[in-house]
Design a protein around this ligand. Sequence first.
Ligand code: NAP
Ligand code: MG
Length: 496
Amino acid sequence: MTDLERKHDRTPVPKEWAYAPAPESRDVVSLDERYGHYVGGKWLEPSETYTTISPATEEPLAEVGQATPEEVEAAVAAARDAFENGWSGISAAERAKYLFRIARILQERSREFAVLESLNGGKPIKESRDVDLPLAAAHFFYYAGWADKLEYAFPNRRPRPVGVAGQIIPWNFPLLMLSWKIAPALAAGNTVVLKPAETTPLSALLFADVLRQAELPPGVVNIVTGDGRTGAALVKSEDVDKIAFTGSTDVGKAIQRELAGTGKKLTLELGGKAANIIFDDAALDQAVEGIVNGIYFNQGHVCCAGSRLLVQESIYEPVVEKLKRRLTTLRVGDPLDKNTDVGAINSEQQLEKIRELVESGEQEGAEIYQPPCRLPEKGYWFVPTVFTNVAQSYRIAQEEIFGPVLSVLTFRTPEEAVEKANNTPYGLSAGVWTEKGSRILWMAERLRAGVVWANTFNRFDPSSPFGGYKESGFGREGGRHGLEPYLRFDNEPSHD
Ligand code: NAP
Ligand code: MG
């Protein structure tokens, strides 16, 4: 083989040259056999329980509570009591102190939380360690800073807390979504009842121990676990003043119907089908990394994932070739292995949904590519997948797959890129790759998406508001905007 041939040789790396396993130790996490609900600063013995598992091995991890409507009411009552008798009356600087403490403790215990997050949710430790945990702590730090500056954030509007916030979060970023919800709520002076997703309750339950360490007054944060029925009971509870929901568009719509006319405040962060748009003047190798990060990060379980790739026709072939080659180097497997790029699918139910949509893509006529990949025998797995020859009407181009599956489409002109990018019921995020600053601004003005990334993708910062248009929901999380849903202002009706 000549040097040139060697340089272009694309045969997969021989097995013996592959990375040796580098598993993170599980010892740092100690799990109870059984967890109750965290209500009024105490553990409430649950009347019903279910088993939470590791999706990578199907191994049972712990028994957790399935909160009944009565148990949800107990949590709401504890939150109300804490709100009326203490929390809303203490000084803002004092509230900030607790938020700073929580942020510090999350940093100190970040390894423990990262391992638990990967164990219960299936995401690679590399991501929970380097993304979820630092961002969760950063969120508490950020909102701690706002707590005593609300009058400056909203001048002449006399901001007041809303009261009791009911918060329902999904399984894709369990601790991070908890932070997005709890940090602004507390900074604004509210108390909280939070329901984590059925499949990923453990980091929220460990967070209760952070609250104990931070000496947060009892009842300020309450955590009830359970499935959708528990979430529905929280939405129905009469004594909740605000609901914050992140999850599917269908459930979001049902919640909106339920709350219509009650005067309760509502924010919805729902699904997405983001376009990641590559122009022919983009730095292609960086763009390919951005495409990979856009759709295979967190197994594609990301509401703002770049699941529709729009490539300018003139560079279609090199982009797809580079992308396929890059896919052969992704390491799929044990979430606790530090080398792993793509971990386990979060649940059997989600795996079924991905399979069904991928099958529809093949039936409708798209061309599928999956790199050679050996998957573990137990657990829930899906090979990173690329579809080419995708028409805009195909389900894989319209519906949120929420898995490691990319649909590739092409365009010729910037106008066509905008039209195709906006041709979706969603509007959460988009990506633009081009060398031209003017084109970035031109595109950003026209894309109907809450977040537009330029020459990057899936970047988050607590100071930057995040949220959607159209069926991706309403309301913003993060930044000063993220405080607003947790505040009432003069001349604004309250629900009672
Ligand atoms: P989901 O059912 O909407 O779950 C979100 C949260 O709402 C979970 O805590 C869920 O509990 C709870 N919930 C379910 N039904 C409820 C109800 N009637 N009233 C109040 N709360 C309720 O979403 P999923 O079933 O986990 O996933 C389904 C699809 O949603 C995914 O395939 C994906 O397309 C989308 N999704 C989007 C996001 C996002 O970040 N925007 C996140 C997750 C999922 P359970 O955990 O028990 O269901
Ligand atoms: Mg569900």
